[in-house]
Write a protein that binds this ligand. Structure first.
Ligand SMILES: Nc1nc2c(ncn2[C@@H]2O[C@H](COP(=O)(O)OP(=O)(O)OP(=O)(O)O)[C@@H](O)[C@H]2O)c(=O)[nH]1
Ligand SMILES: [Mg+2]
Length: 465
């Protein structure tokens, strides 16, 4: 059985909702029928009796009901269902943010009858209690994990229901068409009103267009939402590790004047403007007898194969060599987008820039990792090459592969439906097709949901969310 699988809606669940470690404040979240009664057993208000009024904060002491020991001073915020995150009676305790205190507060809450929440269980309850649909629940996770401004903007707009609204519109149009086909089934074909028939064709076309736009938006926005992986490749000593260090602003990779310094892949997270990128620093490519270096080169080539794009790094302090040309040629043959970077611009190039440009159709970016020159150009070229056009903040964005997959399946069925209709196929067959598309679109928003699908989605959440 899936260890994260859902265990019923009637129990009181509790979790620390803030990250582990030391902090000024940490939040313990508790939700479920009877949770207000539980609060009255573990919380003694400084002023007044009973639990705080819903929507208000109250200062008090947290007491372990089993030992009667006071374990923390905290602020309690009470929320009354259905007007709460989960849709149930719930409360939050703003405690002191140390691990010992927190575990004592959790002990008190669990001692009073709550059980530890599973990953994403609060949001799952919000979904089950119709506080949000599935795109909104996924947006919660996307917002927490957003690796870029685009990702967080898209998640926030989906949390407000932008994507769900659009998918529901398309689904409704499909439902209306399905109803029309079903109603028309009872009549002979020559009774079909030609105006209505044209309208149905238009509807199918608008669903097709709407679905295609959402899918294209996902594909175009994906690099900016999920980020890209870029491998630095080039000959030994070209300045790859220095480039990584300069890009990340940290001394992640060892840099020495000895060719063949880097062996393992070293990675670092950077941002090229709106584009989040994971950069892989790799071993310099050259023939070697040293088994360790040979393994490094193998790893470098594997890193390059697995990356979304390449930055070819060539040493600008020496004349071009055969190896440089081979690397550039091989990179071009890989078909991956490749940016061509010439390093050590501060040393003055011993050959004309035209020679570099002639090496390849790739227009080189001249950089100096010592002085930091050329990095703005490197960044803007990387955005265009590896990302494309960043999504605008008003765009409705599909943000995950599950949603895209369902929309793509719906699109395939809508296309098939249109074809059947044009070919004059049996109306009941067309209606069945449409019903299938309606059902799959329903999966996107969670109108039609299966437990195993929900298990998969919510198991990706952290505990306390
Ligand atoms: N002047 C100058 N020196 C640089 C620059 N970038 C790198 N170097 C020097 O070039 C040498 C090699 O730099 P690395 O960054 O280790 O080169 P690498 O491509 O990672 O080398 P391997 O790991 O051996 O393949 C070091 O001595 C660096 O200090 C630069 O922009 N300007
Ligand atoms: Mg290196």
């Amino acid at each position: 059985m899936n260890p994260f699988s859902y265990r019923g809606n009637d129990e009181i669940i509790a979790a620390v909702a803030t990250p582990p470690g030391y902090g000024a404040v940490a939040i313990v979240r508790v939700s479920g029928p009877g949770s207000h009664d539980l609060l009255s057993r573990i919380f003694i208000r400084v002023s007044g009796k009973g639990i705080p009024a819903p929507g208000t904060f109250s200062l008090g002491m947290v007491v372990n009901p089993l030992t009667e020991k006071r374990v923390d001073e905290a602020l309690a915020l009470v929320m009354k269902g259905p007007r709460s995150y989960t849709g149930e009676d719930s409360f939050e305790l703003q405690c002191h943010g140390g691990p010992i205190t927190l575990s004592a507060v959790m002990e008190a809450v669990l001692g009073a009858g709550a059980r530890p929440a599973g990953p994403g269980e609060f949001t799952r309850r919000a979904f089950i209690n119709n506080r949000m649909d599935l795109t909104q629940a996924e947006a919660v996770l996307d917002l927490v994990n957003a690796p870029s401004v685009s990702a967080s903007e898209a998640a926030l707009s989906n949390l407000r229901g932008a994507l769900s609204h659009r998918v529901r519109e398309l689904r409704q149009t499909a439902l209306d068409s399905q109803a029309w086909f079903e109603a028309t089934l009872d009549f002979p074909e020559d009774d079909i009103d030609s105006l209505e028939a044209a309208h149905v064709e238009e509807s199918l076309e608008s669903i097709r267009k709407g679905l295609a736009e959402l899918i294209e938006g996902y594909d175009a926005g994906k690099p900016f939402i999920d980020g890209v992986t870029i491998a630095l490749i080039g000959p030994a000593n070209a300045g790859k590790s220095s480039l990584l260090n300069r890009l990340t602003g940290e001394q992640r990779s060892i840099v020495t004047a000895i060719p063949g310094t880097t062996r393992d892949i070293v990675d670092g997270q950077v941002r090229f403007g709106p584009l989040p990128a994971r950069i892989l620093d790799t071993a310099g490519l050259r023939p070697s007898r040293d088994p360790i270096e040979r393994e490094g080169v193998r790893r470098a080539l594997r890193g390059a194969r697995e990356a979304d794009g390449l930055i070819i790094v060539v040493d600008g302090a020496r004349a071009l060599e055969r190896m440089d040309r081979t690397i550039v040629r091989r990179a071009m043959e890989s078909g991956k987008p490749a940016l061509y970077v010439v390093t050590k611009a501060d040393l003055g190039f011993p050959y004309p820039a035209s020679e570099v440009a002639a090496l390849t159709s790739l227009n080189p970016v001249m950089t100096s990792s010592v002085l930091g020159h050329g990095f703005d150009e490197l960044s803007s070229r990387a955005v265009a090459l590896f990302g494309g056009t960043p999504p605008s903040s008003g765009d409705i964005l599909v943000t995950n592969a599950r949603q895209r997959d369902s929309l793509a399946r719906s699109l395939a069925i809508i296309r098939e439906t249109s074809r059947l209709y044009r070919d004059g196929s049996a109306l009941d067959l067309i209606a069945t097709c449409l019903a299938q598309a309606v059902s799959i679109m329903g999966e996107v928003v969670g109108e039609v949901s299966r437990d195993d699908l929900l298990d998969t989605i919510f198991s990706r959440f952290c505990i306390g969310k």
